[in-house]
Design a protein around this ligand. Sequence first.
Ligand code: SF4
Length: 288
Amino acid sequence: MKERHVIGLSGGKDSAALAVYMAMHPDYRNLELQYFFSDTGKELPEVYEFLTKLEGVLNTKIIRLGEERFSEEQNPFDHYLKQYGYFLPSPQTRWCTRKLKLDPFKNWIKPWLADGDKIIQYVAIRADEIDREGLWNTNPNIVTKLPFREHGVTKEMVIDILVSYNLGLPKYYEWRSRSGCSFCFFQQKIEWVNLKEKHPDRFEEAKRYEKTAIEHASPFTWSQGESLEELEKPERVTQIKIDFARRIERERSNRKVNPLRAGLEEYEDIDELYFEDEGGGACLVCHK
Ligand code: SF4
């Protein structure tokens, strides 16, 4: 029986900071840590870029799960979309996380569990995330640990870790708060507008998926209450941008300046602006 230590990376800031923190911390650095990333094949290019940078800092390879299912003709997302009758995933039916993120992990650890190995998974829930819970597993051979919570690591400290190891924040933070699929339904309206501007091809792809879904009577659009075709209309885009600018203004006027963090105060999290818990209730495996 062996003990296996694993950290799931989402391409987001918290899991990346946890990986760096554990690789450097005397309590963990002698563990044989394995880093993995479940790839849906629909991730933002910035996610891959950030993971490559992270591999440089960790000086090790991040195991990419799910890649073996990619083919020239079909991406796993397309495969499951068809199985789900072309209904788009949504917060109510999150088949995407189950099929594209969790199942590859379960398949990866299956042989270890069959051998009776114990798996310790480290999850990047921070000390300042009081109500956040991890994915608790009922298998007694899988143990979840929360090093950030145990050591009192907060969001500010996470950013400091990333900055001090020259990783910085993933580039998509300039226009979106969350990692994961380019068309993730947890996006805010402004993030859809930004996706259209930053990655027009990805926006068009999301529109195509949505159009097919609507033709197959899917009750869900990517963004609540309107289709992407409606959202991209110039007058609607202008309105979304005005609303967002007002939010930023409001947030800035309420912000207390911390003189010890000059320079980092400009960091603004889109989720915070919408008074959302980070990830808006989204799964940790995609967005942490
Ligand atoms: S990032 Fe969003 S769309 Fe992608 S698997 Fe996770 S919840 Fe689903």
